[in-house]
Design a protein around this ligand. Structure first.
Ligand code: MG
Length: 159
């Protein structure tokens, strides 16, 4: 049994007039997240964790923000592409654990839906994808409600 671990981190800043999409779920919010794609920091952290685990470069290399093809891209579609690479190499998810640091918006009511979306893309059971959300106790850029940070670890296995 071949086991690999990967980790990923992503930060996106808030911007009025943008949608707030995290874990593939649109969350009602006064401000959204700014980025070349849909700026889904949680899904981006997960993608980088998978890419690290399978020994590939990062999402910035795979989906460059200079490429118009990825403008406003649905990060769930990008995650499906990343998982396609992993699956083709014979990998399966053991588990993925993701933490979101955000002062706003309130994401807890949407965590189960996020887990459903992400586990469907990763072709694993819901229980294998966990998401925790916390504030930063009003400290730093997260506390000032300037942006969010997501961190993900993933363990994969291959026979
Ligand atoms: Mg990103």
């Amino acid at each position: 049994m071949d086991l690999r671990i990967g980790q990923g981190i992503d930060i996106h800043r808030f911007k009025a007039g943008r949608r707030c999409i995290l874990g593939g779920v649109e969350i009602p919010s006064e401000v959204g997240l700014l980025g070349h794609s849909d700026a889904d920091a949680l899904t981006h952290a997960l993608m980088d964790a998978v890419l690290g685990a399978i020994g590939q470069r990062d999402i910035g290399t795979l989906f460059p923000d200079t490429d118009a093809a990825f403008k406003d891209a649905d990060s769930i579609v990008l995650l499906a592409k990343v998982w396609g690479i992993a699956k083709a190499a014979g990998w399966r998810i053991v588990n993925a654990d993701i933490s979101l640091l955000a002062q706003i918006p309130k994401v807890n009511p949407y965590v189960t839906e996020m887990r459903e979306r992400l586990s469907a893309v990763l072709e694993c059971q819901l229980e294998r994808v966990t998401i925790k959300a916390t504030t930063s106790e009003k400290l730093g850029f997260i506390g000032r409600e300037e942006g969010v940070l997501a961190s993900a670890v993933v363990l994969i296995q291959r026979e």
